[in-house]
Design a protein around this ligand. Sequence first.
Ligand code: ADP
Ligand code: ZN
Ligand code: ZN
Length: 716
Amino acid sequence: MPLHRSFDYLLPTELCSRAVAVGVRVSVPFGSRVLTGMVLKVKASTEMPEDKVKAVKAVLDSTAIIDDSHLQLLQFTARYYHYPLGETVFTALPKALREGADIDKTSINYLQLTEQGQQQPTLRAKKQQALLKQLAESGKSPTTEIKALGYSKATIDALINKELISQAVEFDSQWREQPLQVASKPRLNSEQAIACTTINQSPGFAAFLLEGVTGSGKTEVYLQCLEEVLQQGKQALVLVPEIGLTPQTVNRFRRRFPNTPIMLWHSALTDNERLQTWRFCQKGSCAIVIGTRSAIFMPFLRLGMIIVDEEHDASFKQQDTLRYHARDLAAYRAQQQNIPLVLGSATPALETLNRALSDKYQLLSLTQRAQTSSDNQFELIDIKGQHLEAGLSHSALAYIKRELARQKQVMVFLNRRGFSPSLICHECGWLSDCSRCSTSATYHKAMRRLVCHHCGEQSAPPMQCPDCGSTQINPVGLGTEQLQEALSEQFPDTPISRIDRDSTRRKGSLEEELAAINRGGARLLVGTQMLAKGHHFADVSLVIILDVDAGLYSCDFRATEHLAQLVTQVAGRAGRSGEPGTVLLQTHFPEHPLLQDLVNNGYQHFARYALQERHETEMPPFSHLALLRAEAHDLSLLLRFLSDLVPAAPVPKIQLLGPIPAPLERVAGKYRYQLHIQGQDRGALHGFLAQLMNYLGSNKLAQKVRWNLDVDPIDM
Ligand code: ADP
Ligand code: ZN
Ligand code: ZN
């Protein structure tokens, strides 16, 4: 369990000559180990008994590695999420710094075209030619990014030998002194222009919700806002969802600002690259950082704007240890730095929309697709009592035939991988449950394995029923693997691309599949979430969503919001090449008011209606939630632990619910229960949580169960 406190150390006289200040790292003894710590306060005395205070072993930095405002951000984060400050600081630092690395020792190698290379001479070696083209598009790029795109050291060395490309170790840190180069750009339409002007004219802190469907030109607005920020010599942070950080996105930024240092921040960087990127930002030699969630903790010399693209995306919320939401911290940071915050989405989170509708944020709408003006056609297919073929109704199959005949592509979306979610014995009803979790193990036919998607346990599918010995064991339910198999029987002449976590496990296989799709021509696309976001498929004219019903009746109050976002995002894959696409939703509940609203009036209308419903039921954002989750092998111990936390007398403005079982009551052999803590206002909630954390610090049971606190949880 993380320690919720800081520790006092003595500074030995021989180290006193070093300027020990807040933000400097030190080596300290801790128990029997030596750890890296950070100075949070310099005090003349301590309340600790003198013989108990240990001495600092070494001072690692000559000056603070983070400044006051950065420390404030981390202090706020620790307070808000009730997470230990020490752990928060170290979560936010690059690993190399946590391990005591010298802050200025690392370097990053870059590749760039030489003057000769810029002429793009024709080469016999295809890979070399491709790399020249790549560098023309991306500009000066870190060598590791280029290698990640599949270019070998041999290819790179060959071009260096031909003096067509060269290596550099520093980006031009003088970017501020040179005139900003801006590549040609489209003229903004009037909605975009209004958005851009409003954002750029904001004098200090202001938050904007840029609400616009996919393709309505949000990214173009970001780019033109960034131009203004760069003109003023300021830096910018662009947060994107994990799945959105593609070479296409990044190239678009680099192409627009060819002499501006733009760096990426994501989980695939090496420790060395992380440290260097972090340091470049801090020194101001990097102008724009495009990064996933944790980039919110990057230090900047002069931050001028924060942009959060697809702000509703769940990947902005960290789901373990420090459970922060990068978008929410972005709001704090923009306020702290007194700069604009731009949140963009086609399907804004209800929290964000509520702030926009109540005038805390400014709402900027882009209502037209920038290049085409086609709107997708939605249709609900009632599957009650219908015969389904591979999960598809007759009318859905007829639609597919029609589109394939027109050489179009059809996307079938099913958020369940594997062949079937379970195996069942036809004689006695035995189900292939996971032995360690309260869920079934998924049947993966190609692998011939039963796999639990929650704990990872695998076993061979039984030849005979373990209970009755019958050999009649059949798959129940539909996963993408089975869907692919069934569709290939229905449409034997049509190529099928399946995109899910199993089919794309091999490195490079996703890129190959996407390339095949983009070559065009009749094709079936089958996939999960992975298919829903970001990718641009020009030839998809029909999208079919198979399983909308689960989201309609769920115990999670956010399920309908997430369903509506998913449907809208998936639907956004259709009709991107000019003509309107068709979106079919198969459901047993075609009359359901949510579906009706979504299909007839779109997400924006649905979201406003859903907000009203949240208001009436006093759910977030009209109240504030925290979840205390706990797990243990021993159920009675677990229940005793949680029950003990519920105060005997009611607490004003606080509602406690629990202990109640988590949606999956048992995972990997452990029971999981939780307390819902709901506060009428943030102050009341945080006051209560602080007391709770204090109490947990001295609670004996708290050391025997695993627990965590999730403030503003996004799944229940
Ligand atoms: P979003 O980020 O909302 O999905 P983009 O900014 O990517 O939208 O725009 C979609 C497409 O339209 C891109 O190819 C972009 O270059 C183009 N585009 C955006 N704004 C304009 C404009 N004002 N004029 C012409 N093309 C535009
Ligand atoms: Zn049986
Ligand atoms: Zn399991």
